[in-house]
Design a protein around this ligand. Structure first.
Ligand SMILES: O=C(O)c1ccc[n+]([C@@H]2O[C@H](COP(=O)([O-])O)[C@@H](O)[C@H]2O)c1
Ligand SMILES: Cc1cc2nc[nH]c2cc1C
Length: 351
């Protein structure tokens, strides 16, 4: 059970949000005709405390990379992923080379991408030192048979995530995007989501990187064992991260909480970031007010998690890549929402 001091999360500015709604109704268009853009514009005003909101010109993705014990498979036995765990380390090098999916998509919208090895099960001595400087451990425990983390590690990884959010915000970030890379992490995300929402494995497990139906049935069995093993320890969010999460999940939760503490909007991405968000909300109630849902993933746990957070996805492109790839594509929509308030004249001026 964690005894850490409560974390204070500021409230968005309700007055600015209200003023934005009034202004939106006055603009040169039928009332409400810009639909979701109007809601996003008002939300941004609440977050920034100004009408119109400030330009969203410094968007930063942090990809938390790590391995998860559930992806360790004996030769000939079924696995939880369609890909081998060695892909995680290989992908960190791809992020460093600037050719990953999220890096290419982020470039299109002028966002930056930083990758951090939080728990990759390899010594990455061929990547820049700052990529590995925050490493918490090599891999995390296999949650169906053992705790993911040793005592104190969830808190340590959570602090890493908070420190990284602080660094990005101090360097000028006005929007943060949590990215993830970790073979097997859709199983861990399902376990965390099941525990956070009190749902059975069969409802939260999806196909991840593309397992077939027997593969999904195996994942359901793994998550079911994990939920039974953890029992009622999952009531405390740090115990939940220790039993069923991973160093990456804890770091991502810390990143999301600290963004809220610093009044910095977050665009959530796929199933892993949403699973971490459910835990982060339990650590810092009110933090979810600073988060938006970038897109709807094909994973059931992501959809269920967003519904519980009260967040409606901005996009639905049937993505299931992770990395922050869906969230960055929502950035132009947010910029469009801001432009409406910043640039449109009023109906009164036209008549
Ligand atoms: O974000 C999603 O919704 C998503 C859905 C399926 C897979 N992924 C990515 O694929 C990996 C996890 O899939 P798996 O099958 O290995 O558990 C991990 O690196 C995620 O970033 C991501
Ligand atoms: C190649 C590859 C890239 C990824 N990016 C996020 N998850 C991934 C999984 C695989 C397999």
């Amino acid at each position: 059970m964690s005894t850490a001091a409560p974390i204070h999360v500021p409230l968005p500015d309700a007055t600015a949000e209200h003023q934005a709604r009034r202004r939106l109704d006055e603009l040169v268009k039928p009332v409400g005709s810009l639909g979701r853009l109007e809601e996003l514009a008002a939300w941004l005003c609440g977050a920034h405390g100004t009408v119109p909101p400030r330009p969203l010109d410094d968007v930063r993705v942090v990809v938390f990379a790590g391995d998860h014990g559930v992806s360790r498979t004996a030769p000939g036995s079924p696995g939880v992923s369609a890909y081998p765990r060695e892909i995680t380390a290989a992908m960190v090098r791809v992020f460093c080379a600037g050719t990953s999916g999220v890096t290419v998509l982020a470039r299109e919208v002028g966002a930056r991408v930083r990758v951090l090895d939080v728990a990759v099960d390899a010594e990455l001595d061929d990547v820049p030192r700052e990529v590995v400087a925050r490493k918490v451990r090599r891999g995390s425990g296999s949650v169906d048979v053992e705790d993911a983390l040793a005592p104190g590690e969830a808190e340590r990884a959570f602090s890493v995530g908070r420190a990284v959010a602080d660094e990005e915000i101090d360097a000028g970030a006005c929007v943060l995007v949590p990215g993830d890379m970790g073979i097997g992490n859709s199983t861990v995300a399902a376990a965390l989501t099941g525990a956070s929402l009190g749902l059975p494995a069969r409802e939260v497990v999806g196909t991840g990187t593309g397992v077939d139906e027997p593969g999904r049935a195996h994942k359901v069995a793994v998550v079911d064992r994990a939920l039974r093993r953890a029992g009622d320890r999952v009531g405390d969010p740090f115990d939940r991260l220790t039993a069923l999460g991973s160093a990456c999940a804890a770091a991502t939760a810390g990143f999301l909480v600290q963004a809220a503490v610093r009044s910095t909007p977050v665009v959530l991405d796929g199933v892993f970031s949403v699973a971490a968000a459910l835990v982060a909300r339990d650590i810092a109630p009110g933090a979810a007010r600073w988060w938006l849902a970038g897109h709807a993933s094909t994973e059931p746990a992501q959809r269920l998690g967003l519904a519980s957070l009260g967040l409606e996805p901005i996009l639905d492109l049937r993505l299931r890549l992770g990395e922050g790839s869906g969230a960055v594509q929502a950035v132009p929509v947010l910029r469009a929402a801001r432009a409406v308030l910043a640039g449109m004249s009023t109906l009164a001026e036209a008549t």
